[in-house]
Design a protein around this ligand. Structure first.
Ligand code: IMP
Ligand code: MG
Length: 181
């Protein structure tokens, strides 16, 4: 059973999605991928740190031949995402001519995605697809199509299932939303 509320640093968060619902959403995404990648071998690109738990769960349910790569991107400082993107693109990442599926924990403004998309284009990826576990539809204003979406959530700050508030809360298996104070 998830905790009704959790406390991280100076804030309280309340349960939004229990693990079972998150898992069901991931299994649906994997089903679609299993259909889409019957013949083609994609590169799954895990965006660290947040997507580690999503990626682990998804990869267990995707039963197609694939490559798995990791990159590190940081856009939030606490709850502030106004400072731009701090990214270390993997120098040895070779995606030329490949279909790449970006695995994101959450799409909020879409800034991170836009940045990654442009970088992968420069690296001459053949096709770039996006898989995000969570989406804040009210916040996302970009034109990049989202190919695989797990769960839509309200425009609130969330933690758990890989997502953090200042490096706290990543390990929770359920998703929690910031409570109004
Ligand atoms: P965007 O660039 O605004 O779309 O934000 C994307 C990144 O910011 C995600 O990959 C997350 O790592 C982080 N992020 C966005 N929203 C949240 C949130 O509600 N809680 C924790 N991290 C978030
Ligand atoms: Mg992220």
């Amino acid at each position: 059973m998830p905790h009704p509320t959790i406390h991280l640093h100076d804030h309280t968060f309340k349960i939004l999605f229990p693990y079972e619902e998150i898992l069901a959403a991931i299994e649906k995404m994997a089903e679609k991928m299993n259909q889409d990648f019957e013949t083609e071998k994609p590169v799954f690109l895990v965006v660290l740190k947040g997507a580690f738990m999503f990626a682990a769960e998804l990869m267990k349910a995707v039963n197609r031949d694939c490559d798995i790569e990791f990159i590190r991107v940081k856009s939030y400082d606490g709850m502030d995402n106004s400072k731009g993107i701090d990214a270390g693109m993997h120098q040895k990442l070779n995606v030329k001519g490949r279909t790449v599926v970006i695995l994101e924990d959450i799409v909020d403004s879409g800034n991170t995605l836009e940045y990654l998309f442009a970088e992968l284009k420069k690296m001459e990826a053949k096709d770039i697809r996006i898989a995000t576990l969570f989406l804040k539809p009210e916040a996302y204003k970009k034109d990049i199509p989202l190919d695989y979406v797990g769960l839509e959530i309200p425009n609130q700050f969330v933690v758990g299932f890989g997502l953090d508030y200042d490096e706290r809360g990543r390990g929770f298996k359920d998703l929690y939303a910031l409570m109004d104070e």
